[in-house]
Design a protein around this ligand. Structure first.
Ligand SMILES: NC(=O)c1ccc[n+]([C@@H]2O[C@H](COP(=O)([O-])OP(=O)(O)OC[C@H]3O[C@@H](n4cnc5c(N)ncnc54)[C@H](O)[C@@H]3O)[C@@H](O)[C@H]2O)c1
Length: 345
């Protein structure tokens, strides 16, 4: 039905894998990226800046569907106005040009950051576990804001023009081979050992250290130390005082990302299925591995790091992902084919 698919950001990390997967399903692909030449041979290619409407309008001519991935993918390396410009103006231009061309399906890369998470200045707390698409939005950085607004653009063009599509909320995407790399496995085993050891400590000490790390993490995040142009180094070693480095890593990073990852081949799977699946409307969908990245008991992670969230905690089984992909399974037939659970050693 959607013979020719325009893939924006086709030279990028997720874009290259997505082009390959869409081609394997029998579609023609036109790549689009701001770079002068395509990094993928054998496809039609359009060098285009998504901020420039006329360039985008020309690029969609003759296409039947769009996968929109082009973006500046973090608040760390570019300033807020640039992120807003590429990610929001770029998304608007893509949807508007698709609409003018009569295209009826546009799928886009969103992020777990569309609800908050990784870059939050303040705490991020799921309403329930596993977290689902009804999660309260609490974004506080330019990148996350841009992703949330782009999701709203998807809703807008569904109501305005009947363009159906999904916004795939991805966690950190792992490159092919990462899940069974020595580095990944060593990190995971180190963190699992740390958590095992931490739980042998007296309850009062666990609580005291969790209180200390929480205070320091929230103080650090409030400095905007994670954003471009803010030169605040993360505390390490002696600066952490009594806080073990493993606890800092867990609280500062893994907790805010809900120990979630997705393999790039599964991200590509989800984008390809989003083109072909039979649905109407505009939907935000979570896309993750089926287990948490440490393959650690999920109820233990929640009890230690989100003690105030009891809603749904009892439903978590084993190392089940703290984010539900049930909606993506129902709408797209998505389930992770490459799981960190498959390489436990
Ligand atoms: N990689 C992740 O962990 C991750 C997680 C969640 C969401 N995402 C989202 O997935 C999408 C792809 O991310 P990625 O990791 O492949 O990033 P990437 O940086 O590898 O790819 C993005 C591509 O967009 C292109 N681009 C940038 N500005 C452009 C412009 N003005 N006009 C046209 N093209 C432009 C870049 O040249 C690049 O090839 C992004 O929307 C990102 O926000 C990524």
């Amino acid at each position: 039905m959607y013979d020719k698919v325009l893939v924006t950001g086709s030279n990028g990390f997720v874009g290259r894998a997505t082009v390959e997967r869409i081609l394997s399903r029998g579609h023609d692909v036109r790549g689009l990226d701001v770079q002068p030449t395509s990094s993928i041979s054998g496809i039609e290619y359009c060098s285009c800046d998504v901020r420039e409407f006329q360039q985008v309008r020309d690029a969609v001519v003759g296409c039947d569907a769009v996968v929109h991935l082009a973006a500046l993918p973090s608040p760390r390396f570019v300033d807020g106005p640039s992120t807003f410009d590429v990610n929001v103006t770029g998304s608007y231009n893509i949807f508007e040009a698709a609409d003018q061309e009569g295209i009826q399906r546009v799928v886009q890369a969103s992020s777990m950051n569309a609800v908050g998470c990784t870059w939050n200045l303040d705490d991020f707390v799921p309403d329930r576990f596993p977290m689902d698409e009804n999660q309260t939005v609490a974004v506080s950085d330019p990148y996350s804001l841009s992703k949330r607004i782009s999701e709203t653009l998807g809703q807008y063009y569904w109501h305005r023009s009947g363009i159906s599509g999904v916004a795939l909320r991805m966690p950190g995407v792992l490159s092919e081979g990462a899940i069974d790399s020595d580095d990944f496995l060593a990190f995971r085993n180190q963190m699992r050992s740390f958590l095992d050891e931490f739980q042998t400590r007296p309850t009062a000490e666990q609580k005291r250290l969790l209180g200390l790390v929480r205070r320091q993490v929230l103080e650090f995040r409030a400095t905007r130390g994670l954003e471009f142009g803010t030169d605040v180094p993360e505390p390490t070693g002696d600066d952490l005082g009594e806080i073990p480095e493993g606890l800092w890593e867990q609280y500062m990073w893994q907790r805010f990302m809900l120990w979630s990852v997705v393999d790039v081949r599964d991200a590509a799977q989800a984008f390809a299925k989003s083109i072909d699946a039979d649905y109407t409307g505009a939907h935000e969908l979570w896309i993750t591995d089926r287990v948490n990245s440490l393959v650690y008991d999920s109820r233990t992670l929640v009890t230690l790091f989100f003690p105030g969230v009891t809603n749904g905690r009892g439903e978590l089984a084993g190392a089940e992902s703290l984010i539900s992909t049930r909606k993506a399974q129902a709408l797209l037939g998505f389930s992770a084919e490459y799981s960190v659970a498959d390489v436990l050693r």
